[in-house]
Design a protein around this ligand. Structure first.
Ligand code: FAD
Length: 326
């Protein structure tokens, strides 16, 4: 009982976000060490159907919590639902995806359940009587080991770190679904509406070649170097890491990564991108990956097939000149 695991799915507008399936991989790793059993908590306003499909796909039982206030992501309310459940049923591990909603809910749930919070884990291993969690720092350049010794642990799992389809004897073809409502939904945080972005941009999800710019591009004007290279190839598109979209240098429809798009082009050229796990999550399945970075230890080089240690503003014009003069 002590080692039971609660997996809190990320939901939005009564759909279960795909990143939630990776919690099943995290649970398989925890169960293999502790023998604990895992089930999902899936919250929404009318989510029984999608929750049933998700449970069948992951092979894990699910507790479905329904209330009109749970239609949109409400991390405060979700944390309250989790802590109420934890007060009645003992969980040693409570796991969220490492997303904006997941991190906010995890922090509140940890305080309310008096648990240790270990966020952004990318790996774990057994060590005597404990589990050691690994967390990446400085965009994947350093890894830190963390031991959580006492009581329950709230975890957030870095997108892309754990498998979606784990090999776990605890999985079943016909998992149980229990549906409940929630009574007390009074929290100060109240999401009102969600508006879809005006996404009329050329789809990076359909491009054969993606030239992706990161913060290493330096100035907004240097983006022209990336556009110039993209124009040289058929069916090529320009993409970006999140900081460039946050700066509004490119629209969010061009963002690759855990909170952006997942792409798998024939060639992904990363220009001045460090290789943070949240970015790599969205492009790691590309057929070929090439990266240009001034830092020979940049994490992006660990997933790249071709590594160019060079200044992008020097290298890209040379590359474009070469192709233009072929
Ligand atoms: P930096 O990390 O600043 O890296 C810049 C790189 O450029 C460095 O490696 C540097 O060595 C190199 N460089 C500098 N100058 C030059 C030069 N002249 N020539 C060549 N190289 C140079 N990020 C995403 O991209 N997508 C996501 O979907 C995403 N989701 C996230 C979700 C959450 C919950 C969180 C917490 C973060 C998320 N992030 C996401 C952010 C992510 O963690 C990183 O901060 C981000 O990917 C870093 O972007 P970057 O590599 O462009 O910038």
């Amino acid at each position: 009982m002590k080692n039971n695991i609660l997996l809190v799915a990320e939901t939005i507008d009564n759909q279960v976000a795909p990143v939630s399936a990776e919690l099943s991989g995290l649970a398989a790793r925890l169960s293999a060490i502790t023998g604990g059993r895992a089930n999902f908590l899936i919250a929404g306003s009318d989510i029984v159907g999608p929750a049933g499909e998700f449970a069948a796909k992951t092979g894990r039982p699910a507790l479905v919590i329904q209330h009109p206030s749970l239609c949109y992501p409400n991390p405060e309310l979700l944390a309250d639902v989790v802590s109420d459940l934890a007060a009645r049923q003992s969980f040693h591990y409570i796991c969220f995806p490492h997303t904006a909603t997941g991190c906010q809910a995890a922090a509140r749930a940890a305080v309310k359940t008096n648990a240790v919070c270990v966020s952004g884990i990318s790996d774990l291993r057994a060590d005597e009587d404990d589990i050691i969690f690994q967390r990446s720092l400085f965009n994947g350049k350093l890894a830190m080991d963390i031991r959580a010794t006492d009581g329950p642990v709230v975890l957030t799992a870095l997108p892309g770190a754990f498998s979606k389809s784990p090999d776990d004897p605890g999985l079943t073809a016909d998992p149980e679904i229990i549906v409940r409502s929630v009574e007390n939904t009074a929290v100060a945080y109240q999401p009102l509406t969600i508006t879809a972005a005006d996404d009329t941009d050329a789809g990076i999800d359909r491009a054969d070649i993606i030239i992706a710019a990161g913060r290493g591009i330096g100035d907004r004007e240097n983006l022209e170097l990336v556009h110039r290279l993209a124009r040289l190839f058929p069916n090529a598109a320009v993409a970006a890491s999140r900081p460039l979209c946050d700066l509004k240098w490119l629209p969010y429809s061009r963002q690759v990564g855990a909170t952006g798009k997942t792409v798998a082009p024939k060639l992904y050229l990363a220009c001045g991108i460090s290789g943070a796990q949240q970015h790599v999550y969205g492009m790691k399945d590309s057929q070929w990956i090439a990266a240009i970075n001034t830092d020979p230890n940049a994490a992006i080089f660990s997933v790249a097939d071709y590594c160019v240690v060079e200044d992008v503003t020097t290298f890209l014009p040379v590359l474009a000149d070469m192709y233009e003069n072929r």
